[in-house]
Each structure stands twice: as structure tokens, then as C-alpha cells.
Design a protein. Sequence first.
Length: 259
Amino acid sequence: MPVLENKDITLNYAIFGDSNDPALIFSNSLGTGYHMWQPQIDILQADYFIICYDTRGHGKSSAPSGPYSLAQLGQDVIDLLNHLHVDKAFFCGISMGGMTGQWLDINHPDRFKHLLLCNTAAKIGSEAPWLERAALVRENGLDDIAKTAASRWFTAGFIEQYPDVVRALSSALAAGSAEGYASCCEALSTADTREHLKDIRVPVTVLAGSQDPVTTVADGQYMVDNIPNSTLATIDASHISNIEQPDVFTQLIRNHLSK
């Protein structure tokens, strides 16, 4: 797979479809990798030039010592777009990826046509629990986090119906970089866009899972209430909604990211 050697990071990425089509970049959630987007890649590469990457510290990207910052996560996206000579793109990010998208919209609005910010919030949780999780992961590894991730990611019905999907994602999390995961926890501990939402000018769709215990519909509504050119869409799913409801999620992308 291609990689971008850039500054302190080796960024693993993949591209799909025709580079003459409109570019659409996907950004993964904490503890996953770009393969989480496979249901969307399979369908949308017929119409979009798809760019996927593993967030620093995740997947096959390198995991330099942290802590990381939201600005670093966002700048990695800009550097990747520059590397691929993409001037302007659509963006879709989930959870941590959705926070990355907010930073991009605030700091680089000229590079994006429309952003889909999924299962995310202007501030996810509070600082102390993120820092505590980072410390525990550095000390004990990712096994304990992986054992409980499914209950945060998916509804009980999905876990029961699709155990192989859940097992594969949980196993990938357990096999990941503890330093990379912890460093991203530290980025999330300080990430807070609440004061800057009013400055966002690129069109935004906020997608919230109606059964998401991590980033709630209320979190999504707060963002829409404060972002001038934004709309809220809901999906009957928990936190990793693109996997729990892949067909509905993909259709929402089609509906909202008009070319």
C-alpha cells in the first residue's frame, strides 16, 4: 500500500476509483483503521475518487510518541491532499475523524466542498477520563479496551446478529499500537471546537446515531445550532453507524454530498 513519509509520520493510505471524479476523503474513529469504510468504498468508488488513510497511531500508519493534538490530526489530512494533488475534496469522518473534520473546516475551509461529521461532538467527554485512559493503555496495553469496545460501538442487537464483524474489529483494536491509541486519547482530551463552530462556512451535515451513548443526538443538535450552514441527519444505530447501518449511511452520503 502507498504511504506518505511526512515530517514525523508515515501515513498509510489507499485510493479507489477515478482521480477525475470528485475527491472524497474518509477519516476513521479511535481504535479502528481505514478498512472500517469498506462498505462505503465498495459503492461510492464508482462516483468518487475515494481517499482513505489510517489516522496517525492507527492501522499501518506509524505511531510516533505523543501526545498528539487535533491540529496534527488535521494537518495530516491537508498534507495527504497536497501529496495527491487534490485541491478540494468532500470529507467524511466518524467520531475522532469527525473532530478532525471540524478542525479542517475551521482552519482550511478553502480545501473542502462539504463535510459529513458523523457520531461526533464539538467536545467529546472531558479531559480527565481521556488522560486516565491514555495512562492505562500505556501501562496495560489495549486488550481491556478491546474487550469492552463493542458495547460502545454497537447496539446489543447488532452485536448478537453480527458477531464475526464485532470480533474482527475488536481483535484489530487489541492488536493496534498502545502508544498511538493513547496519544490520540490525549488529542481528544483537549480537542474542543465549541467556540469556533460559528466561524465554519463550508456546508456541513452532522450525522448522529439515535442509539449512540458516546456522542448523542443532543451533541449533534448542539453543533447544528451553532454552525451556520449545517443540517442534522439521524440514523438508527450506535456509535459506529457506517458499519451498523451501511446501506442507510451510504445513501445519506449520496443525498448530502451533492456533486
